[in-house]
Each structure stands twice: as structure tokens, then as C-alpha cells.
Design a protein around this ligand. Structure first.
Ligand code: ADP
Length: 544
């Protein structure tokens, strides 16, 4: 027997209308790509989104069309989020940091009809355009004064100005697709994750809850995580749901610009990947500055190092909330919340706990399995391949036949993790990054963390390098701004924190480390670069 409740679909257009009705004056603050700060109330943003929706409809965009964006975090990008999904089309957010061949592949794979592009990405788009047969029109996300001369492109502001802000959003099933985001795909072509209206709204509700990001109408949040990567972790939706003040940093992601924005707008919740916070902390340290209002910093995408957790706490009185997720999870999976028990712990103990990626939010189930897909115990010690399931987890990839990651009703994340008895999860490594030495596993993340707690080390990366005797041995690469790290003292420091056979056979100081398009350490690049490193010296390395 069915329940007797209304079957009202959960649609993305409802979010912006809700924000406009309930929080008409609350602001979305955005740094222009050209220059300066611009403020829009949710009422204005809803009107502009409706104008864009009219423009798209007038152009002939229909339900299911893919409309791509190559854009930073700005109010115009946010309007595109609402207008494109709102008319029933699919917003395909493209990560401009990917290789041009990958961008070409994604646009052609998705058969995007229109491209909405920030001025800064026009040269890239122009170089690809002859090979993008599905693209009919480029719309430049700027005003008439900043349009490139002599182009056939549409100017966003001029285009939408021709349309009225009254628009009736169409109603349709919330199972319809709303947004498309490709994973960066370190091997092979990127794979598309196709979100629905239903999954986006449930994810936004989950994100706002106090057992997740705890967003309220009084929160002021700054997502430094880009809107071209997993929809800025869903924050443009969650913020509108609560009418929270949203601060969008545009293209200026350097320490000075972020600091200026955080102070000027009194931001209290920051969200981003560790590399961004390394840059910001570095800047603050160099200029002896302190953050005043930031109470929480949500860190995800890569493991948050202990030194970062400590520095935010002790210098800036900001609590690092470690979270874990993936493009395939929209992205929220687990979160390590500041419970009263944790907050009353001695700081050193608490920092250790904050290194874990936390407990699943309601809606997400976790399980670790062995290689025969047998479930493993949640004892905090046993490693297994992490699988997840839930209403905002992908069930397959867009236009992709391979279902190997989706066996048994679970999604195989490709991460290796432990789960404690209280369901707290800790990522040990990515399956492809864990170092397999003499039949045993070494966690590159744990070694990196140990190294980064040594004074003067800005960033550390550990990769498994082929070794004639032990199959693989760890190689550590460190970035130290002073360039004079005492390597033997570093070795002693590591030896106090990890098993002897985990110690890297070599430690190399480098000026900088490569990062992927989503801000993660690019371990593939380093493995290739240092592939031969141990083949000349077969007898080095501690016995496993
Ligand atoms: P991409 O592969 O495109 O960079 P994702 O952002 O989807 O995209 O990457 C998800 C992966 O990032 C996870 O599978 C995990 O390996 C890693 N990850 C995410 N959050 C964390 C975290 N807090 N700690 C360690 N690794 C993380």
C-alpha cells in the first residue's frame, strides 16, 4: 500500500525561490573576475536566475540538454546553477585545470550545446573550439565593457538584460538529471557523474544539518572549493536552502586575497582542500596575521595534516572539521564533528582524533571489504576497501558501460580505510597509492602526516617506487622553504612515529610538488618521474 502523501518533486528551482521569499535581503557576495566585489541579495539573485532561464528557453534549450560552464566561483556561475537545472537542462561544470585534451573529451562526450565561460578561460576555449562540433554558442560571463572585441560570442549581461525576471519554473520529476561533473580520472578518460534534482536536494538537506556542516541563516561561508568541482561541495544549494550568507572568491585564490575577503566579510565557515589552506596559513604566518571570526574550517579532498589542524587551532582558534567525500558522493560521505567529548580532550589527543575522516552522515552507509568482497570488522585496525551506498551516491557513470565499481549494490570508492567500533572512518590510502612492500602495506598518508609534523616542512609526499627486492619501497619528497632540513633528525622523528620498516629508503628535498586538477598531490607524476630511483640500488631499504 502506498502512503497517502503529496508527491511534490524536490526541484533545484525551489531552493532559490525559497531563499528569495524567506531571506530576500541575505547576500551572496562575489569577487568579480575583472575586479571588485559585487553583492546581490537572494531576491536579486533569484530574479537574475529567472532572466537567464528566460534567455535559455528563448534560445531553444530544452529538458535534458547539456549546457557547460568554465567558470570560477561567482554569482554568475551560481545563477547558471539555478537557471540551467531550473529549466530542466543539465549544467555540466568543467574543471579548467584539467588537460585541454580532457576538456575536449568531456565536452564532446557530454555533447554540450552552449558554453558559459569566464573571460579568463576564453583563450583555452578558442583553442579547442574547432574540435567541439556540438557547441553552438559561447556566452561570456561578463558585461559589455569587458567583452573581447570583434567576437561572435554573446555577452552574458547584455543577453539576460533583454529578458524579464518573471518566469514560471517548469515542474517535472525530481529523478531528472540536474548537473554533470566528471572525475579527474588519473588513468583513462574522465568519468561523468550525473546528479539528479532529488540527489542534490537530499544532499543539501544533509549538508545543512547540525550533524554535518551545520549551516544556518546566520552562517557566513566561503567555499574555496571550486564550483567546477563537485558543485563546490554542494554549498551553492545548501546556502540558499538556509539563506546563509555566501562569499564567492572568484579567481583570486592567493593567501592575500582570501585573507582580505575573510576579514572584510566576517566569514565564519571555510571549506576547501588542504593545498589551499597551506597557502593561506603560509601567508598568515609570513605576515603575522590572525583570523578573527573563522570558527570552523572544513577540510576534505585529501587528508588534513596534523600540523594544519594544530595551527588553525592554536594560532587562529579555528576548529578543523575533517570530512571525506568524492565526486560520486555529491560529495559528502563522512564528517569528523567537534563533539563535547572531543572538545574537552587534551589538545594533542584531540588533534590525533581529528586526523580521522569521521562518521557517515545520515543517508550514507559505509562498509569495508576484503578482496573477496567479505565484510571486515569495524575494529579500527583492519584495513579494507571502502564501499558506500546512499541516495546521493552514483549508481553508474554517464554514457559509460563499465559497472565494475558498482557491484553488489555498493559503490567501490577505491580507498583503503579502517572503521572504528563507533563507525569513525579513517582513510589509510588510495588503493593505487598504498605502498606494497614485501607483501605488507605501508600508508603513504600516515608517513606524510608524520613528516609534516616536523618543523620547517611545508609539504610532504610519499610514493611507492619499484624495488628489485621488496616489490616497492617508499620514497619521501619534502618541500622546505628554508631548504636546510636536517634529514637525519627528520628520520629520527619519523622513527618515533611509524614502524621501522615503513621508513622511506630515501628522502629528497624538492622546490615544489605537483598537484592534480583537484588540488591533490599528483602521485602518478612522481611515480613516473622517480620510477628508476631504487633500481640502481637494490640493497637499500629496511627489511619488511
Ligand atoms: P578526483 O578523483 O576527481 O580528484 P574526488 O574529489 O572525487 O575527485 O576525489 C575523491 C578522493 O579524494 C577520495 O576517494 C579519497 O581518496 C580522496 N579524499 C577525499 N577526502 C579525503 C580526506 N579527507 N582524506 C583523505 N583522502 C580524501
Amino acid at each position: 500500500m502506498h502512503g497517502l502523501m503529496m508527491n511534490r518533486p524536490l526541484l533545484i528551482s525551489d531552493l532559490i525561490e525559497h531563499a528569495a521569499r524567506l531571506y530576500p535581503e541575505n547576500e551572496v557576495v562575489s569577487r568579480h573576475i575583472e575586479s571588485g566585489i559585487v553583492r546581490h541579495s537572494y531576491l536579486q539573485l533569484a530574479r537574475r536566475s529567472r532572466q537567464l532561464a528566460q534567455a535559455l528557453t528563448d534560445y531553444g534549450v530544452i529538458a535534458g540538454d547539456r549546457i557547460a560552464t568554465l567558470a570560477w566561483n561567482t554569482h554568475r556561475h551560481m545563477e547558471a546553477y539555478y537557471a540551467i537545472s531550473g529549466v530542466g537542462a543539465i549544467i555540466h561544470t568543467i574543471n579548467p585545470r584539467l588537460f585541454p585534451e580532457q576538456i575536449r573529451y568531456m565536452i564532446n562526450h557530454a555533447t554540450d550545446r552552449l558554453l558559459l565561460v569566464d573571460c579568463s578561460f576564453l583563450p583555452l576555449v578558442l583553442s579547442l573550439l574547432p574540435e567541439l562540433p556540438s557547441v553552438e554558442q559561447i556566452i561570456v560571463l561578463t558585461d559589455a565593457a569587458h567583452m573581447p572585441p570583434d567576437s561572435n560570442f554573446l555577452c552574458y549581461e547584455t543577453w539576460i538584460a533583454a529578458f524579464h525576471h518573471q518566469f514560471h519554473w517548469p515542474r517535472f520529476s525530481d529523478a531528472e538529471a540536474s548537473a554533470l561533473c566528471y572525475t579527474s580520472g588519473t588513468t583513462g578518460n574522465p568519468k561523468g557523474v550525473l546528479y539528479s534534482h532529488y540527489s542534490v536536494l537530499l544532499h543539501a538537506m544533509a549538508a545543512c544539518r547540525t550533524d554535518a556542516l551545520g549551516i544556518t541563516p546566520h552562517t557566513c561561508l566561503l567555499p574555496v572549493v571550486p564550483m567546477f568541482h563537485v558543485c563546490a561541495w554542494g554549498t551553492p544549494y545548501a546556502a540558499a536552502m538556509m539563506g546563509a550568507r555566501l562569499v564567492l572568491p572568484g579567481a583570486a585564490l592567493d593567501g592575500a586575497s582570501l585573507y582580505e575577503l575573510i576579514v572584510a566579510e566576517q566569514v565564519d565557515l571555510l571549506l576547501g582542500v588542504p593545498t589551499i589552506w597551506l597557502t593561506l596559513l603560509n601567508y598568515l604566518r609570513e605576515h603575522q596575521l590572525q583570523l578573527k571570526n573563522v570558527s570552523r574550517v572544513v577540510v576534505g579532498g585529501s587528508a588534513a595534516p596534523l600540523s594544519m589542524i594544530r595551527e588553525f587551532a592554536e594560532v587562529h582558534q579555528s576548529y578543523v572539521i575533517h570530512a571525506w567525500g568524492m565526486t560520486e558522493l555529491s560529495p559528502l560521505g563522512t564528517i569528523n564533528l567537534p563533539t563535547p567529548a572531543l572538545q574537552s580532550m587534551a589538545p594533542a589527543l584531540r588533534y590525533q582524533h581529528q586526523l580521522k575522516q569521521g562518521r557517515p552522515v545520515f543517508g550514507i552507509e559505509l562498509q569495508i571489504f576484503d578482496e573477496h568482497l567479505r565484510p571486515l570488522p569495524h575494529d579500527g585496525k583492519t584495513f579494507g576497501v571502502l564501499h558506500v551506498r546512499g541516495p546521493w551516491v552514483a549508481q553508474r557513470y554517464f554514457r559509460h558501460e563499465d559497472l565494475s565499481a558498482f557491484a553488489n549494490g555498493w559503490f567501490n570508492t577505491g580507498d583503503i580505510a579502517t572503521i572504528d567500533a563507533d563507525e569513525t572512518m579513517q582513510i589509510v590510502d588510495r588503493d593505487k597509492d598504498v605502498i606494497k612492500s614485501g607483501g605488507e602495506w605501508i600508508s603513504s598518508i600516515e608517513l606524510e602526516n608524520a613528516a609534516m609534523s616536523f618543523p620547517g616542512i611545508l609539504e610532504a609526499c610519499v610514493v611507492g617506487i619499484p624495488h628489485p627486492r621488496w616489490a616497492e619501497r617508499p620514497l619521501m619528497l619534502i618541500v622546505s622553504p628554508t631548504g636546510n632540513t636536517d634529514l637525519s633528525a627528520l628520520r629520527d622523528h619519523l622513527a618515533e612515529r611509524v614502524a621501522r620498516w615503513w621508513l622511506p629508503d630515501s628522502i629528497v628535498t624538492v622546490p615544489e610538488l605537483p598537484h592534480s586538477a583537484t588540488g591533490k598531490l599528483s602521485k602518478v607524476t612522481l611515480r613516473n618521474q622517480y620510477r628508476q630511483f631504487y633500481s640502481q640500488s637494490p640493497d637499500t631499504g629496511a627489511a619488511p
